[in-house]
Design a protein around this ligand. Structure first.
Ligand SMILES: NC(=O)c1ccc[n+]([C@@H]2O[C@H](COP(=O)([O-])OP(=O)(O)OC[C@H]3O[C@@H](n4cnc5c(N)ncnc54)[C@H](OP(=O)(O)O)[C@@H]3O)[C@@H](O)[C@H]2O)c1
Length: 279
């Protein structure tokens, strides 16, 4: 009989695909979300033993990011509960080039549980399901690190690697770096989306300082602004952030999805249309 798997962040960009893929191949899945009953919340540890009861393995996506202060304490506590509840395996989502997240990765690696570390590059879906969507809808995308090339990865590829890591012990103890097949600058990405949507999208290169000032002026909370600034400064600015990995191919035996494929799928969802231009 297939053993139950817990997915934390089950409604998120990768978690909901992991849930769907696991259910499709017949695994019982417990969804970790603040909307489930019992509800899973990183800020309320009281019911974690209940949520982990009877779980064989789990996928962990931390909110908002493993690099933020407090993340290592939460992951450490989760690993303690997991050990006590006899959970066998953890697959955790981390960020490629995120040195600050490695403390949490080490906590998982030293937990005594079987584990797989999945370090993903920036997601393609950041342009359609996250903070880069609003500027695209507005038609003006002002971002720092204009010359940085990013090998954006598709969340469906991440989910497929996570599922294999959860169900196949040959992935135990491994660290995978997941990227798409092509590294691109923001202006290259915006040009592709503009061409596909037939919209006039302006990419405006700005400095990290201007970007930080813009977040402050927009009333973005300090901790979230710190994280976004960290991701631009440290992750996109780091040596090797543009390197393409072949780990998706190694794990799945097929090529990673391309940015063009992502654009094609996202066009069908209609999320990139400027409300004014549709009227
Ligand atoms: N975006 C990127 O480019 C990128 C790249 C590499 C790594 N990552 C990592 O990916 C992780 C996020 O994974 P994801 O993108 O799959 O998820 P996501 O789309 O960011 O969202 C995950 C879910 O987290 C839940 N959540 C929010 N606050 C919560 C809280 N206080 N307690 C419990 N759950 C909470 C929400 O679910 P409910 O509302 O249902 O509770 C949300 O649907 C982060 O750790 C990030 O560092 C992201």
């Amino acid at each position: 009989m297939k053993k139950e798997i817990l997915v934390l962040g089950a409604t998120g960009k990768t978690g909901r695909k992991v849930v769907k893929d696991l259910e499709q191949i017949g695994y019982p899945v417990r969804k970790g979300s603040r909307t489930e009953n019992p509800s899973f919340d990183w800020h309320n540890r009281d019911n974690w033993p209940e949520i982990l009861q009877g779980i064989h393995s789990m996928y962990v996506t931390y909110q908002p990011d493993l690099a933020v202060p407090g993340a290592s304490d939460a992951i450490s506590h989760l690993m303690d509960v997991a050990r006590k509840k006899n959970v066998k395996k953890v697959v955790i989502l981390s960020g490629k080039g995120e040195v600050e997240a490695q403390k949490c990765e080490q906590i998982v690696a030293n937990s005594g549980l079987d584990y797989t570390l999945v370090r993903a590059s920036w997601f393609m879906q950041n342009f359609s399901e996250s903070f880069l969507l609003d500027p695209i809808i507005a038609g003006e995308i002002a971002l720092p690190q204009a010359t940085a090339k990013v090998p954006y990865v598709h969340t469906s590829d991440i989910a497929e690697v996570v599922v294999q890591s959860l169900i196949d012990d040959s992935h135990n103890g491994k660290t995978y770096e997941l990227t798409g097949p092509q590294a691109m600058t923001f202006s290259e990405v915006i040009a592709k989306i503009a061409s596909a949507t037939s919209r006039d999208l302006q990419f405006i290169p700005i400095s990290l300082e201007e970007y930080a000032q813009g977040m402050k002026a927009a009333g973005i909370p300090d901790d979230y602004a710190w994280l976004i600034n960290y991701l631009f400064r440290e992750v996109l600015g780091s040596k090797g952030s543009d390197l393409i990995s072949t780990d998706i191919e190694k794990v799945l035996g097929k090529d990673p999805r391309s940015f063009d494929q992502y654009i094609e799928e996202t066009l069908m969802q209609g999320v990139w249309q400027n409300p004014v231009s549709v009227m």
